[in-house]
Design a protein around this ligand. Structure first.
Ligand SMILES: Nc1ncnc2c1ncn2[C@@H]1O[C@H](COP(=O)(O)OP(=O)(O)O)[C@@H](O)[C@H]1O
Ligand SMILES: [Mg+2]
Ligand SMILES: [Zn+2]
Length: 277
């Protein structure tokens, strides 16, 4: 990618630990855990950039820190240290983790969209699909019912949900449809960056393929940047232009997805790639 382009997202030296730490911590970790004090270093000095229009994949086994990273970016908690900048927030000059609560809400409503593995975290299951989208539009200041209904219809069409079903609640929908509603909700205010955390994990393979195909279409249609995490390299391969490999809270390898698949360098990545074939 062009090196002179401003990243949509730039993360530098992110650290998230569960536990207070101790003087021995960084020297004797067993996987991501300090045997002396029990602190888990879930994200341990993570840095990467996401460029305009690209999909960056983060792959790693369960416990490698992928969700911790996503939740930090969505302000579910503030990290212990590190810095993240968004192109669309103060021209990429400010650390979003130092933003005020009101600014963080604004960022979540308009600059970043997130789709969770568990649809119940991203959707109100008892509200209609259209109302789920309207909720996001209202959070960004819209008050015009007709316009919101029109926008909901347009977004649901983009994720291939029939307009005739837009007043039904997501609890009536299949798992694949629920993920598609979550995606449309995340796109409601035209964010520049979409965060996808294991969005197809647990779905049947055929449904998974359909959702992944849809994500590719959305990326092409809106030119949106995507940060996608999964334990499954097969999923990453379908979506990601570049890939970062995480193990025990650290990045062990990164590069073009094709290159990583053809010539994995780290022993862990080699195992991941070989298990694909
Ligand atoms: N709330 C928590 N308290 C303590 N440890 C946690 C908590 N959440 C996650 N962890 C630990 O942090 C590490 C990273 O977890 P997570 O980010 O969920 O990984 P992944 O999404 O890659 O499976 C794991 O060792 C996990 O057990
Ligand atoms: Mg996870
Ligand atoms: Zn320790």
């Amino acid at each position: 990618m062009p090196l002179n382009e401003t990243p949509v997202l730039s993360v530098k030296n992110l650290v998230v630990r569960y536990g207070g730490g101790c003087p021995d911590c960084q020297n004797f970790l067993e996987k991501n855990r300090c045997p002396a004090c029990g602190t888990v270093w879930a994200a341990n000095d993570i840095s990467f950039d996401v460029y305009p229009g690209e999909a960056l994949g983060i792959v790693g086994e369960s416990g490698s820190g992928k969700t911790t990273l996503m939740r930090s970016l969505h302000f579910d908690f503030l990290p212990d240290s590190g810095r993240a900048a968004l192109r669309d927030y103060q021209d990429g000059q400010a650390n979003i983790w130092a933003a005020s609560a009101a600014e963080r809400r604004m960022i979540k409503n308009t600059i970043i969209g997130i789709v969770y593995q568990n649809p119940a975290l991203g959707l109100r299951m008892d509200y209609s699909a259209a109302a789920n989208i309207a909720e996001k539009l209202i959070a960004a200041g819209d008050r015009n019912a007709a316009r919101m209904t029109g926008r909901a219809a347009e977004l649901l069409a983009a994720v291939e949900i029939m307009t005739s079903r837009m007043s039904e609640p997501p609890k009536n929908f299949s798992g694949g449809m629920q993920q598609r509603v979550q995606i449309s909700k995340a796109l409601a205010n035209n964010p520049g960056l979409l965060l996808l955390d294991e969005v197809t994990t647990g779905l049947d393979l055929s449904v998974q393929a359909k959702v992944l195909d849809l994500i590719r279409k959305i990326k092409a249609r809106y030119g949106i940047s995507i940060l996608l995490v999964s334990h499954d390299l097969a999923v990453i391969r379908m979506i990601a232009d570049r890939t970062v490999v995480m193990l025990d809270g650290k990045i062990v390898e990164s590069g073009l997805t094709d290159q990583i698949l053809e010539d994995p360098r780290h022993a862990y990545t080699q195992r991941l790639v070989h298990s694909l074939i």
